[in-house]
Design a protein around this ligand. Sequence first.
Ligand code: GRF
Length: 199
Amino acid sequence: MSVANHAMTDRAKVAVLISGRGSNMTALVDAAKAPDCPYEVVLVLSNRPDAQGLALAAAAGVPTLGIDHRPFGTDREAHERALDAALRAAGAEYVALAGYMRVLTPWLVEAWAGRMINIHPSLLPKYPGLDTHRRAIEAGDAEAGCTVHLVTAGVDEGPILDQSRVPVLKGDTPEALAARVLEAEHDLYPAALARLVAG
Ligand code: GRF
């Protein structure tokens, strides 16, 4: 086996959980094409089988799976046990949430403690939850940005791994600010993940 092949097989195995568009997932997959990237994406998993991001991942040659949460009704943990089984079957060592729009139960969070990360479109601890860009504009903030953090039981509360800042410009709409932050997300997320898996 060549040195290059050996390095490839040693890369950390990452699964990405999405619910929709998948632009951050795409950034993670694209970054993994670099020969010196310390991770590979082994599965893109969605609770929405029709998520746009699943088609993007499949087109990029990454294994995909949809596990619809709806048949599980209110039994969130049963849905997560199905997700967890798929993650383990894929050999995942880390999980990156990328626009995964369901609150996780403590069971899944604990199962992946220290190995599950999320990207959030605000400078946490400011603006956990939804509608972050409108809230930053309405507060008159001069800066906005994004945060990569370890996932813990509290929503958007885990230890911060890294942040990236962008200016809030005069006359910004939430959409304009979201687009500026999203560009920063696409740089921040692969870099933060690479650092985490590299220890
Ligand atoms: C991103 O803004 C991310 O920070 C948030 O959800 C959005 C997902 O967008 N958690 P995409 O699906 O990665 O395009």
